[in-house]
Design a protein around this ligand. Structure first.
Ligand code: I6G
Length: 706
């Protein structure tokens, strides 16, 4: 196929002709393979044809026909799912774990919008299905693709599989020209039991719970397997739409229902935090008899205009929250305590348990947090579990909430073995035997070995390749561990040198078990793809303590380029000078994160390792997304005094959404000061520095229409 025109160069007419040609070739290949048992082309050629077909369909979604080879079942499995970039990111929801959190959610929504507590504010409340999220894209009423949530930005193309689900209509009548429906795929209890019985009778894998069964069934490369599994779908929301579905969440859900989607019948309208909690209790009492698993209740602000104003934090909407059901509990015996060393050197105790089923999942490990937790002490020395410590051989109560790591909640002293001794937490790193010390005020004991500690190095590398960091296809935690043991990768830069070393014969990947010519070149392809990396991902990937995903995004947005960021970190001195002030002036950066950043950039070995890595990369500057031609993109703004048209939180969120940086203090880097009544020293300083100052109306006029 070397003579084929590249997919990128095809126009629509050529693409249509090419899809017909590929369909004919694949159909002939299928017949030869399945009907005549006499393949005419190799698996690799077959896969290449299918990939080309899928690539063209991804570029021209309107050319996808129901007869496309993509939806043919029974063909050779492709070697993985195609990826689909979500046109609107599929975010997750923040969580509320008790009534107080629900009141807190309602309070923060009202505070953001400036709505007093005694004014009605409507929310929807509906069960949160314990399945997996799916996005369905309809164009002119026809289903063109279906994608899993994936990492929220890119999901897996499971279109052929989704088409086998009866609850998912192929065609919608009266829908907007573009409609992306979002919802949850799940399996009922009854269907789950029947599936497991069938699987066991055929000596095939059984599933731990309906959620795993639904996920395993949807994510099948062969859609004929999905079609044999009884999956269902509830619609709960939408992504891209060419025209609004309705003015309220409830009406939009009703509209989806009228279009042919199942929507949850327990969706209700509530007018206060008390009513939300009341509906939660009612759903909780019906949980056992619903016939499918739910793990909480989702609350959403009903008015879609208010949802828009509330907007999003970095990974969750401000206008919705999931109120989770309490954790599931079980008692079991503690067999051992292992110490794991993390990327920042933290020694984390892990309970090894006699396996026990907690809420349908077999649990044999649980976190014990830190040495104080084992000793029965909480933060600032207060007692937890009435001061009961945890010892080997103890009966312990384990709980899990959602997908989080199980935890040990309690211990039964009546069942404690007579000879049980208090647990002695190691003072030496079990991996590198360096001293493990506790800084005053830190709950965690840390290994001081730094880069001589293999556990820290491996964990840093795993973090580096993780999903939110470099996310390199074909290079996951397992591969990193192996390459580290082989001495091939010791620091991030080595990942990008692997191919050179490989081609020059220094390292022979293809002779290693599990690696052939194809998988090796795929790995290099995956690595090379990530040589271009957005600044925020790089900062997060460096694994600097206290700099998480949102901190990294904040820094990237504020400094914009690697050069500016690196120069600032290198010249900053802790608690001293203008660079330090600028760093601390970033809303969201506190002294702990700032100290950690500056320290990292002043440690010689760490700095050299960062420089070697950066030499291998092209770092993409970070611009605020979707800012159009707003006059405030990249500008630094400070709000001071009282705002009268919106709350401070809304002003900040809006400015950031338009690409501005919001700072808490005035400096020579400030572009605008927005001063309301009562502005004091900041206004004075801005005047001294000659900074453009305006009132709230002036600011709104400037951003109007952006
Ligand atoms: O993961 C989710 C489950 C249910 C959701 C969700 C939901 O509504 C009932 N809604 C939203 C807005 C999101 N995730 C992001």
């Amino acid at each position: 196929m070397s003579g084929d025109i590249s997919v990128q160069d095809l126009d629509k007419e050529q693409a249509s002709a090419e899809l017909r040609r590929l369909s004919a070739l694949l159909s002939a290949a299928n017949t030869a393979y399945h009907t005549h048992d006499a393949p005419e082309i190799s698996d690799a050629e077959y896969d290449a044809l299918k990939r080309r077909n899928a690539d063209i369909e991804a570029r021209f979604p309107t050319l996808v026909s129901p007869q496309s080879p993509t939806f043919q079942v029974g063909a050779s499995p492709a070697d993985g799912f195609q990826k689909i970039v979500h046109s609107v990111p599929m975010l997750s929801l923040g969580n509320a774990f008790d009534d107080e959190d629900v009141v807190g959610f309602d309070t923060s929504v009202r505070k953001f919008l400036g709505i007093p507590l005694d004014e009605a504010l409507a929310y929807t409340a509906e069960p949160k299905i314990d399945g997996l999220s799916l996005a369905l894209r309809y164009e002119d009423g026809a289903l063109v693709h279906a994608a899993t949530r994936g990492d929220g930005r890119v999901g897996e193309n499971v279109t052929a599989n989704a088409r086998t689900i009866t609850d998912i209509p192929d065609v919608l009548v009266g829908a907007p020209a573009l409609l992306e429906v979002r919802g949850e795929v799940y399996m009922s209890h009854e269907d789950f039991e029947a599936l497991n019985t069938r699987q066991a009778a055929n000596s095939e894998k059984t599933f731990a719970n309906p959620r795993n069964a639904a996920a395993g069934s949807l994510r099948q490369l062969d859609a004929s397997i999905t079609s044999s599994r009884p999956l269902r779908f509830f619609a709960y929301g939408w992504g891209s739409v060419s025209e609004p579905l309705a003015k309220t969440q409830k009406d939009a859900i009703n509209r989806l229902n009228a279009l042919g989607f199942s929507t949850n019948p327990l969706t209700s309208l509530c007018n206060s935090a008390d009513e939300l909690i009341g509906h939660y209790r009612s759903i909780e009492s019906q949980r056992a008899t619903l016939g499918y698993d739910i793990d909480g209740v989702v609350y959403k602000v009903n008015d879609l205009e208010l949802q828009k104003r509330l907007g999003f934090r970095s990974t969750t909407p401000r206008w919705a929250i999931a109120h989770k059901f309490p954790a599931e509990l079980a008692w079991t015996r503690l067999a051992a305590i292992d110490i794991q060393v993390g990327r920042t050197g933290a020694l984390s105790p892990v309970a090894r348990l006699h396996p026990v089923t907690v809420g349908g999942v077999v649990v044999s490990n649980a976190t014990l947090h830190n040495e104080d937790y084992i000793a029965g002490k909480g933060a600032s020395g207060s007692l937890i579990r009435d001061g009961k410590d945890i010892r080997l051989g103890d009966w312990v109560q384990v709980y899990r909430a959602g997908d989080v790591i199980p935890k040990v909640a309690d211990v039964d002293l009546a069942k404690r073995p007579e000879n049980a001794q208090p647990y002695v937490f190691p003072q030496i790193c079990p991996e590198c035997h360096s001293d493990a010390i506790r800084e005053p005020g830190d709950a965690v004991r840390r290994c001081t070995g730094g880069i001589i500690c293999p556990a820290q190095v491996v964990e840093r590398l795993k973090h580096f390749v993780s999903r939110s960091a470099f996310d390199i296809e074909g290079l996951g935690a397992k591969q990193v561990e192996q390459f580290f043991l082989d001495g091939w990768i010791r620091e991030p830069a080595d990942i990008f040198l692997l191919e050179d070393r490989y081609s020059s014969g220094l390292q022979q990947l293809k002779n290693r078990e599990g690696w052939g010519e194809t998988s090796a070149s795929k790995l290099f392809e995956g690595i090379n793809e990530k040589r271009k990396i957005p600044l925020n991902r790089l900062i997060f990937a460096l694994g600097i303590r206290h700099v998480g995903e949102s901190g990294a995004s904040l820094l990237a947005r504020n400094y914009g380029t690697w050069t500016d960021f690196e120069t600032a970190m290198t010249s900053a001195r802790i608690e001293d000078g203008p660079e330090w002030e600028t760093l601390l002036g970033i809303d969201g950066v506190g002294p702990v994160m700032a100290t950690s950043l500056v320290t990292a950039f002043h440690q010689e070995a760490e700095r050299a390792s960062i420089d070697r890595l950066v030499g291998e990369l092209e770092i993409l500057p970070v611009m605020a997304a979707d800012t159009g031609d707003s006059p405030v993109v990249g500008k630094t703004v400070v709000f001071t005094g009282t705002l009268e048209k919106m709350t401070r939180a809304e002003a900040k969120a809006r400015a950031e959404a338009l690409g501005a940086k919001v700072s808490g203090s005035v400096s020579s880097k400030t572009d605008f000061l927005v001063a309301g009544p009562g502005a004091g020293s900041k206004a004075k300083k801005a005047a001294e520095l000659g900074i453009q100052t305006m009132d709230e109306d002036g600011w709104l006029a400037m951003i109007e229409g952006s």
